[in-house]
Design a protein around this ligand. Structure first.
Ligand code: NAP
Length: 487
C-alpha cells in the first residue's frame, strides 16, 4: 500500500501515539504512518522543557508496562530522561520509519463510499487510511489568559509549554501567572535566578511532600538483573497510587488524612502566618489535581518572591496593575496557565458518516464510548479521549488499556471481514450514564472548586471516576455487542 493510503494513520507521537504504533507492530500491522505536527517525537514531553519539568507520577509507573526502564535515575524522572526513554523505545521497536514530522492535520473527513478517511494535512496533502487513531491527548494547546491591556506590554512573554530558553531571566523582574502543576515546578528554579518574582495566584493548589529521591546505582542494578524486581516495584507503586483514589471513588471524607498531610506540609515549610493563609486552599483536597513538591513553598518564602492574590486589573507597557491597585514593574510575564482542554480534540474539522461534524455530535458535551470511540465516526479512535484522565495514577496505564481496545476493534473487523466499526449509540449512552452518575457525586463536582476537569456546564468531561483496574476490566477488550460492523 502506498504512503498516501496507509491502512492506519496515528496522530501524535507522545506516549499514546508511540504506544499504539508499537502494539500495532507487535500484532503484525506494519502499514501505518504517525503524523507529528512538531519536529521531534515525545508529545508533551517534547514540548514542555521548562526548568524543573519532571514527572509527578513515579517513573516506574509512568512508563510502558511492556518496556520497563530499570535505569530511572530518580523516583520522579526529569523531562530529558523521559524523552530519552521515549526515543530509545522508538528505536528499539523500529518506529522511526513510520514517523512524519512537521505533519499537522487540518481535517479528517470520512468517505462512506470508499470506507476510508481523508486526512488532510496543512500542506495540502491528503492521506486516505482505513482507520485513524488520535493520540493527541488534552494537554497540547497552550491557554493564554485574556489579560486586559496585554497587547500594550513591551516586555517578554511566554507560556510554560513554549519556554523561551534564549531569554536570560537573571536579574529580571518577572511575573508568573498561575500556580498549577507546571508553575510549581518552574517557580522554585527561576526564583533563584531572577531579581524579583511576583506570583499571581488565583486558586492555591493542595500540595503534598514529593517522595522523590535518586535511585542508587545498586538498586538500579537489582531492577536490571533480578528477574521480576522492577515489575514488583512497579506493582507496589500501582497499588499505593490506587489506594489514594478511595477519596475520589468512595467518599471525599476518606481523603481527610491526605488533607492533614498537605496542611502539615504548609505549616512545616512556611513560618509566616500571612503567607500560610494565602496558600491554604478552601476547597476539598482532590477537587483539583493534588500536586507534589518539596521546594515550592520554600521558594515562596524567599525575600525576592511575592505571592499576589489580587487579580490582574490591567497590563501596561512595563507593569501589571492588580485589582486592589498595586502596580508591579516587570520585564517579563510567564504564563503557567495550562492548556485549552476543550479545544484539544475538536481542534480541527472532523466530519464522520453522513456529514456529521464532531462538534454536532458533541453539542451537548464531549463523550466517547470507553473514552475511545464515537457513534457516526467509524474506524476513528481517540486515545486519552473524554473521561480517561486521572487524578491519582499514571495516564500511561489508561493509554495502554485504550490501545488494547483499539486492537480488539481492529481484530473484530478482520475476523468479521468488515470495513468499518463504530459503537452503538445505546452502548455509549449506557456507559456514559453510569459514569456520570458516579462523577456527579464525586469530589471534582462536590469539592467546592472550579477546575478544567469540568466543562462550561459543570460536567466532568476529563476524568475517569473510578479505579484504573475498573477501566482495565471493562475497556481493554471491545464487546462485539456494543459495536456495529459494516461490510
Ligand atoms: P493547570 O493545572 O491548568 O494550572 C493553570 C494555572 O493557571 C492555575 O493555577 C489557574 O488558576 C491559573 N490560571 C489559568 N487562567 C488564569 C487566569 N486567566 N488568570 C489567573 N490565573 C489563571 O495547568 P498546568 O500547570 O500547565 O498543568 C496542566 C496539567 O498538565 C496538570 O493538571 C497535569 O495533568 C499536567 N502536568 C503534569 C505534570 C507532570 O509532572 N506529569 C507537570 C505539569 C503539568 P485556577 O486554579 O484558579 O484556575
Amino acid at each position: 500500500m502506498s504512503e498516501r493510503a496507509p491502512a492506519i494513520v496515528i496522530i501524535g507521537s507522545g506516549f499514546a501515539g508511540l504506544g499504539m504504533a508499537i502494539q500495532l507492530k507487535k500484532s503484525g500491522f506494519d502499514d501505518f504512518v504517525i503524523l507529528e505536527k512538531s519536529d521531534a517525537l515525545g508529545g508533551t514531553w517534547h514540548d514542555n522543557t521548562y526548568p524543573g519539568c519532571a514527572c509527578d507520577v513515579p517513573s516506574h509507573m509512568y512508563s510502558f508496562s511492556f518496556e520497563l526502564n530499570p535505569g530511572w535515575s530518580r523516583m520522579f524522572a526529569p523531562q530529558p530522561e523521559i524523552r530519552a526513554y521515549m526515543e530509545r523505545v522508538a528505536d528499539k521497536y523500529a518506529i522511526r520509519d513510520h514517523l512524519r514530522f512537521g505533519a499537522a492535520v487540518d481535517s479528517l473527513e470520512y468517505d462512506d463510499d470508499a470506507k476510508r478517511w481523508n486526512v488532510a494535512l496543512a500542506d495540502g496533502e491528503v492521506l486516505t487510511p482505513k482507520a485513524v487513531v488520535s493520540g493527541q491527548g488534552a494537554l497540547h494547546v497552550p491557554s493564554y489568559p485574556d489579560l486586559p491591556g496585554i497587547e500594550r506590554f513591551q516586555g517578554t512573554t511566554f507560556h510554560s509549554a513554549e519556554w523561551n530558553h534564549d531569554y536570560d531571566l537573571a536579574g529580571k523582574r518577572v511575573a508568573v501567572i498561575g500556580t498549577g502543576a507546571s508553575a510549581i515546578q518552574f517557580v522554585p528554579r527561576i526564583a533563584k535566578q531572577v531579581d524579583e518574582l511576583v506570583l499571581f495566584q488565583r486558586t492555591p493548589p493542595w500540595i503534598q511532600p514529593k517522595p522523590d529521591r535518586p535511585i542508587p546505582a545498586p538498586v538500579r542494578k537489582v531492577f536490571e538483573k533480578v528477574p521480576g524486581a522492577a515489575r514488583a516495584f512497579r506493582g507496589g507503586i500501582y497499588w499505593a497510587l490506587e489506594a489514594r483514589a478511595v477519596g475520589f471513588t468512595i467518599d471525599p471524607r476518606l481523603s481527610l488524612p491526605q488533607e492533614k498531610l498537605a496542611r502539615w506540609h504548609i505549616d512545616r515549610q512556611i513560618a509566616d502566618p500571612e503567607l500560610r493563609a494565602k496558600v491554604t486552599p478552601d476547597y476539598t483536597i482532590g477537587c483539583k489535581r493534588v500536586l507534589l513538591s518539596n521546594d515550592y513553598y520554600p521558594a515562596l518564602t524567599r525575600p525576592n518572591v511575592q505571592v499576589e492574590t489580587s487579580g490582574v486589573a490591567e497590563v501596561r507597557e512595563n507593569s501589571i496593575v492588580t485589582e486592589d491597585g498595586t502596580e508591579y514593574e516587570v520585564d517579563c510575564i510567564i504564563y503557567g496557565t495550562g492548556f485549552k482542554v476543550t479545544d484539544a480534540i475538536g481542534q480541527y474539522r472532523i466530519v464522520g458518516r453522513d456529514g456529521l461534524k464532531i462538534q454536532e455530535a458533541w453539542a451537548d458535551g464531549v463523550e466517547a464510548y470507553r473514552g475511545t470511540t464515537v457513534p457516526g465516526f467509524p474506524n476513528l479512535f481517540f486515545l486519552l479521549g473524554p473521561n480517561t484522565g486521572l487524578g491519582h495514577n499514571s495516564v500511561v496505564f489508561m493509554i495502554e488499556v485504550q490501545i488494547q481496545h483499539v486492537l480488539s476493534c481492529l481484530r473484530l473487523l478482520q475476523a468479521r471481514g468488515g470495513d468499518a466499526i463504530e459503537p452503538k449509540p445505546e452502548a455509549l449512552r449506557s456507559f456514559n450514564d453510569r459514569m456520570h452518575r458516579r462523577l456527579n457525586r464525586a469530589v471534582w463536582n462536590e469539592g467546592g472548586c472550579q477546575s478544567w476537569y469540568l466543562d462550561e456546564n459543570g460536567v466532568n468531561r476529563t476524568l475517569w471516576p473510578g479505579h484504573t483496574f475498573e477501566f482495565w476490566a471493562g475497556s481493554r477488550k471491545a464487546k462485539e455487542s456494543d459495536y456495529v460492523i459494516t461490510r
